[in-house]
Write a protein that binds this ligand. Structure first.
Ligand code: SF4
Length: 318
């Protein structure tokens, strides 16, 4: 049997919850402070109108209804019994506290074992985390928080108009950790202004911070976005698929072997997409990564030797 060369999310969930667990996306009527002018206007230069949840139900449908509809479907199809309520789209903590509480409490239902909340590093605050701790304790529901970072290079973050730097990510991860929740950091490994050093540094910083999970994406480019116009005007080039595969492998080699890898490659909405995954299906790219890791005898954590005083390890007898 082939050995796993990185820590696979679905297996982790199975170990943690004793059976297969399904993520149910929830779409809230939220926006993002990087789009509405509080931090910046227009958002990240690649961000489209729909945010990440292009396959979700409408945000006009209540949380309860979205959960009931999706759970009923998955329960019937897969005989599933445990679910994660996943607040996916845009910035799900960018809400008045009372509204945030209302939405989260609506997700505390039987069979929900975890609430996963996707947000920005500058939308993590202790008051909101206090409430989530209460939810966890009262309902016996785990909490995990997904943070978009995309690059650890703060010059790149400025170019893509993230509206925050690396410092806010560090602050958010440490706060989340303080509450005993897990964090998952999203990274794009082929941003045009990043190079191999940035990819390696990304894996090192995420490992040093003690982040529990990562989600890797390749960049997709949408029409009617700043990045879309830049792409059409040939203002940057995108690395080849082969280079992307190499970036994923090098990232994994530097990553702490305990970190769970939720995903190696993203997907894009069909409509309005002008570049996505080199016109190759995501699973073919995943297979190519797996095959190349096998061929090179590469594995997650192969180069994870840089923490805990690398230079003085020679003086310590093991
Ligand atoms: S943080 Fe997310 S939702 Fe906000 S502008 Fe950037 S990509 Fe869009």
């Amino acid at each position: 049997m082939k050995k796993n060369r990185y820590r696979i999310y679905s297996q982790y969930l199975k170990e943690k919850y004793g059976e297969k667990v399904y993520k149910i996306p929830i779409n809230l009527p939220v926006t993002c402070p990087n789009r509405d002018g509080v931090i910046a206007k227009g958002g990240c230069i690649f961000c489209g109108e729909e945010g990440a949840g292009f396959e979700n139900l409408e945000h006009t449908i209540s949380v309860t209804e979205q959960l009931n509809t999706n759970i009923a479907y998955i329960q019937k199809k897969y005989k599933a019994r445990k679910f994660i309520a996943y607040f996916q789209n845009f910035t799900n903590t960018y809400l008045p506290l009372e509204k945030f509480k209302e939405y989260i409490l609506a997700a505390c239902k039987e069979n929900i074992v975890e609430i996963a909340i996707s947000t920005r590093p500058d939308c993590i605050n202790d008051v909101y985390l206090d409430f989530l701790r209460e939810v966890k304790e009262k309902n016996n529901i785990n909490i995990s928080i997904e943070l978009g970072l995309q690059s650890v290079n703060y010059h790149t973050l400025k170019k893509i108009n993230r509206g925050h730097t690396l410092a806010e990510l560090i602050d958010a991860v440490l706060r989340i950790k303080n509450y005993g929740f897990e964090s998952c950091v999203h990274m794009i490994l082929n941003l045009p202004w990043d190079n191999k050093e940035d990819v390696i540094e990304g894996a090192k910083i995420i490992s040093a911070l003690g982040v529990e999970q990562v989600k890797l994406h390749s960049l997709y480019i949408l029409k009617d976005t700043v990045m879309g116009s830049m792409y059409e005007n040939k203002e940057f080039e995108i690395i080849s698929l082969e280079e992307y595969i190499n970036s994923v492998i090098i990232f994994l080699e530097y990553l702490n072997p305990n970190i769970i890898v939720q995903r190696l490659i993203g997907r894009a909405p069909k409509e309005n997409t002008i570049f996505c995954n080199w016109n190759t299906s995501w699973w073919k790219i995943k297979d190519a990564i797996d095959e190349k890791m096998e061929k090179l005898d590469s594995y997650q954590g192969k180069k994870f030797n840089y923490l805990n005083g690398k230079a003085i390890k020679q003086f310590i007898n093991t």
